[in-house]
Design a protein around this ligand. Structure first.
Ligand code: PMP
Length: 283
């Protein structure tokens, strides 16, 4: 489909950015991924607010309003209104005449967005779950900023793939924080918990939605530190993200999690999540 770039809608092979773009030179930019069901972006306002926070974090202004973003999303989603799609949007600090780390005095941000089909969840995942590995969190200390500077996450996700796992769950100072591309939930001793928001993890939109659904379902939860030992002995482990929804982790470093099957609390939350999605789709 078309790609939105700086106000224009272009064929992918026409959508080009300068090699002097600071996104290319420094990873000096931020991004979002927004799921869209039946042509309707899910939680667009929350995603655009998080984008604004990321931009503020790197000293940039919002290039577009929510209404302007929404008009772009409508146009990008229009060619496949029945298909579930993921919107990708990226804002970099733009092109500067010389390679200098310091923010340029005058630069026009590079603003890009595109949509791609989102595969429906593999049936086996609800039945068998996925496997994850535990890794040291080698990322920086501002993981609340959704930056395009992703090489640490790239290395970690690759390490997981090479270990035959879906995700790497990241541990810093003995605490499990999130996955390389997802947030983390555990059920331990009958208690659902997820780490509290802070600079060391991304405030996931799916995470917040899952907590809302848990509250509505009367499932109590805690936003609290998860020691790695709690993770390793948990009855249930889930990872969440906009494209994965709520995914049960049933093997951790090769060992079964709890019963080794997706657990009862996951079943309950996933049912609520699927209903929420269907409502969002307008079914
Ligand atoms: N943490 C990290 C590091 C991520 O990359 C992602 C996915 N973008 C998430 C958490 C999940 O966030 P969301 O639910 O907003 O997709």
């Amino acid at each position: 489909g078309e790609i939105y770039l700086n106000g224009a809608y272009l064929a992918p092979d026409q959508a080009m950015v300068s090699v002097l773009d600071r996104g290319f030179l420094f990873g000096d930019g931020v991004y979002e991924v927004i799921p869209a069901y039946g042509g309707r972006p899910l939680r667009a306002r929350e995603h655009i607010e998080r984008l604004a926070n990321s931009l503020r974090g790197i000293g940039m202004q919002e290039p577009l309003s929510l209404a302007e973003w929404s008009a772009i999303f409508d146009r990008l989603l229009a060619p496949a209104p029945e298909t579930d799609q993921a919107l990708y949007l990226q804002v970099t600090r733009g092109v500067a005449p010389t390679r200098d780390h310091r923010y340029p005095a005058h630069a026009t941000p590079t603003v890009m967005a595109m949509a791609k089909p989102m595969q429906p969840r593999d049936r086996g995942i609800a039945e068998r779950g996925v496997s994850a590995v535990i890794r040291d969190d080698i990322r920086w200390h501002r993981c609340d900023i959704k930056t395009t500077a992703l090489v640490a996450a790239v290395m970690l996700r690759q390490a997981a793939a090479e270990a035959g796992a879906e995700e790497a769950i990241l541990v810093r100072d003995g605490l499990a924080l999130e996955g390389s591309t997802s947030n983390l939930f555990v059920v331990s001793g009958g208690q659902l918990s997820t780490p509290a928001k802070g600079p060391l993890l991304l405030p996931g939109i799916t995470r917040d939605l899952v907590l809302e659904l848990a509250a509505q379902a009367g499932i109590p939860y805690r936003e609290d530190a998860i020691p790695v030992e709690t993770l390793q002995s948990a009855d249930e482990v889930w990872i969440t993200s906009s494209t994965r929804e709520v995914m049960p982790v049933t093997r951790l470093d090769g060992e079964p999690v709890g019963s080794g099957r997706p657990g009862p609390v996951w079943q309950q939350i996933d049912a609520h999540y699927q209903r929420f999605k269907a409502d969002a789709r307008g079914a």
